[in-house]
Write a protein that binds this ligand. Sequence first.
Ligand code: HEM
Length: 531
Amino acid sequence: MQPFLEQIIHTPSSGLGITSVLVFGSLLVALCFCPIQLRRFRRRPPYPPGPKGIPILGNALQIPTKAPWSQYRQWAEIYGDIFHLRILGQQVIVLSSLKVGMDLLHKRSAIYSDRPDMSLTRDHGGWKFNLGFEPYGEEFHLKRKILNQSFNPSATKKHYGLMHDNIKLFIQSVLNNPSKFQTYNRMYAGANIMMLTYGHQVTNEHDKAIFSAEEAVTTLESLGAHPIDILPSLGRLPYWIWGKTFTNLLDKMRRTTHEVAVVPYEEVKTAYFNGTAVPSMATALFDSHAKSDKTVAHEDAIIGSLGTTLIGGGDTTPSSLNTFVIAMMLNPDIQREARKEVDKLLQGERLPKLEDRDSLPYIDAILKEIQRLRWKPVVPNGVAHRATQDDEYQGMFIPKGSTVVFHVLAIMNNPRDFPEPEKFLPERFLKKEGDNYTLRTDVIDPTSVAFGLGPRICPGRHFANTWLWLAVTTLLAVFEISLELDDAGKPIMPDLEYVPGLVSHPKPYRCSLKPRPEMLACLRANDLIYP
Ligand code: HEM
């Protein structure tokens, strides 16, 4: 799911220098495509406006490696909500408003739902199983159908019991060891998904499934730009010509993708045919696809859909929940206001339930603001799409093969839609009458941006939002969240510089999570032990 732009520009660590990749790629592109491009150029409307680049490299060197979105925001202010960049001869179209995103990715989805090639990771690194890399076509629809069946809004309701069980385990773990909040955050996000997908119970933070998913994503992030992505036929050459660092990394990538997608699948398949599998997405699929000879129809699509869930959800929801904790530490007034709403409903007598959601609009506003984020949305550059046909939009030309970036972060930071975007202000989504809040409907809902658009919209969005709501509300009910103090009594501030990557997330931070005395009776009544 690595945005193409990032892959080309921002992760040059595969053993080849970025400059050589850029120059090499540009020469190839120029040699192969110049005559064709010239013929098309004479007939077409202009590209969307954009900054002037330099020969060969185009705009590559104008995109800062750190916080590139602020540059995109500036370009959007100069050139409008759709602008054009050229990187290595690759046309990149950046969409920086929800309207343009809807017009293209949603309304013209037949053209804009493909992914850039990423031949290296897909065809050579073992990532072919992953829906996020799947070209738009029959296999894509099959995998999406499988995931949608388990993650659509009514299917998500069936997972409430699992989430209610896991939130209690999560809270108990944090009560036992608050300093490991970040570890448990990740562990229980993974536990939800592993139980739902494979019927696998995660019982500790060292569970191999969670470890494999982390390792696979880290390896993917460290591969970086490579000529095989520019000219896939180079992949037919022996790998050793690219050097030892590269071959080692590719070996590791193939091993980790196997561990993440094939190993858990084979385990659950064996259990299914032995009659010992716990009911899950996998067993439901076997019920309808297993044959009498113990083979499974559409097996690749099933392996791929199941194997994608932990990759899609293992990092993303924990990142949002970490941002929530950081936001609460830095905004005690907002924390107080949110807790007032929670306490009014629960009266210290019970833990929150997902059925309470409609009664707590302030919490929903916090979730929207977390997704809008003043620091970094979880997937700041969206995930790149690719145009499969020449297109024209408002008199501008979008050529076939363009990489199309729905720039989530630039949209979320647009002061036109979100005044004072740098401030954390849940109230921007609320109307207040007397003491009561209601959600505004006349403001862009960040939830409709953060998860992408069109047929490629995140299939896990309902599930992610439901778990996040429950986690946020329960943490507010049970804990006082504040900055930890150092030995001199000074607050330890979190670093707001997020770690960039496929999924952006905060650096490790310190926080104080103190159980609220008024909830102790309720915790005991729920068999939650306060040490
Ligand atoms: C806060 C949590 C999450 C955020 C912000 C998020 C965001 C996104 C975004 C922006 C995309 C790309 C959409 C596009 O191409 O336009 C995406 C794709 C995807 N997400 Fe999520 N996601 C989250 C949680 C999850 C969860 C829990 C799952 C697993 C069930 C999941 C599974 C996927 C998959 C499989 C794709 C690829 C879809 C495709 O290419 O067709 N995500 N997500």
